[in-house]
Design a protein around this ligand. Sequence first.
Ligand code: HAX
Length: 438
Amino acid sequence: MILHEKLSAQLPAWRERIKSLDKEHGEVVVDKVTVGQVIGGMRDIKSLLTDVSFVDPAEGIRFRGMSIPEVMKALPKAKGGKMPLVGGLFYLLLIGEVPTKEQALEVEAEWAKRATVPDYVYKMLKSMPKETHPMTLLSQAVLALQNNSVFASKYHEMKKDQYWEAALEDGLDLTAKLPVIAAYIYRMKYFGENAKPKYNPKQDYGMNFARMMKVSDRKGYAELARLYFILHSDHESGNVSAHTMHLVGSALSDPYLSFSAALNGLAGPLHGLANQECLGWLIDVKEKFGGVPTREQLYQFSWDTLNNGHVIPGYGHAVLRVPDPRFTAQMDFAKKRFPDDELVRLADMVFDVVPAVLKEQGKAKNPAPNVDAISGTLQCYYGVREFDFYTVLFGVGRALGVVPNYVWMRALGMPIERPKSLTTKMLEDVVAKASQPA
Ligand code: HAX
């Protein structure tokens, strides 16, 4: 398999790099840690290693050093579409090189071979209460697949430097099955259907997803699915879902156990669940004013939201200090394909008005839009209007980034994660010592 070949060729030199950094320079200080960072959620502490992606506060995400426009241009495109093949993105994230079309199609073919979901997973999903949140269902389904884990079953017979091979097997199985499970959850939960979705090996990941979701404009939605999964794949390693995958995986829990945990983090309202809030806010505006309001009305509505003690969803970011390029890519997609859609026009006006309001308020460090400010609008256009499903889509995309990270961490033999904690008294003592005259 191409991914296996390409990875094993890189590993000896990369392992040497890590070994020499650790052995010869292990004492070199990277960054200082402040009391504020210890209290404030470890914000900005440089203590995670990944070569898969990097978030520059002034520029946004780079996948393997490439900006989003560069990635969208360089990756081979899906048949009959303008968007890249998702298999090409997975190849880029895992191997670190832009694939040829043939290489991207090899990844797509691997997925097609592995996309069958066992019967008991469907039965388990079907037996859950109707009102169960779709993210709970997705996480349960991933956990239910765990008894097929190659990593778990071979754990006792593998040497440490072979872990990555089993991780890759599981990672490919998992990423292949996720769109099938997500589409089943969608059709079962909102339409009461029980038919098992069928993956068509002649179609790519994006088109398969569009077909299994049964949206009416399959061609258009396949393009959106490709874009959406690519944009949501990775955002370096410190965000809650990526970090959870890394942390749980560091205990040598297999990829299923680790990814189910990552999904549970993604399901939090300050992380992935924020995307369902954003569309709700736009629809509230539309309903209040019977369509797209005037700029003045929107300005007042935004202030009312803030004055009522709420955040404006889709704006602000913990790391970014500019408009999120993932927002820009989605807005471009919408403006090229359906510029007259009412929600798109509204989202565009919000982009014009809200940053100024947040600046006036003076609290948010970044008044610009993030990835969630527009993603629901695009889903809505294609008829996927069930807000609480949106984080499931994020979950399918996120696997494409955290799986390569998991594989690399096992390949480099990364140890169990174990930061050190302090007591409040110890922190106070540190502060007292620091404030004593020299
Ligand atoms: N509306 C109103 N106030 C905001 C705001 C917004 N969109 N963004 C930040 N602020 C406020 C914060 O609530 C905070 O106020 P307090 O001091 O009263 O607590 C202050 O500005 C400083 O916050 P910050 O340092 O700029 O932002 P944080 O790093 O603390 O938080 C958030 C980052 C994304 C959580 C924040 O900007 C927010 O709540 N945004 C709205 C929700 C949202 O869009 N979430 C999706 C984020 C993208 C993502 O990860 N998706 O998975």
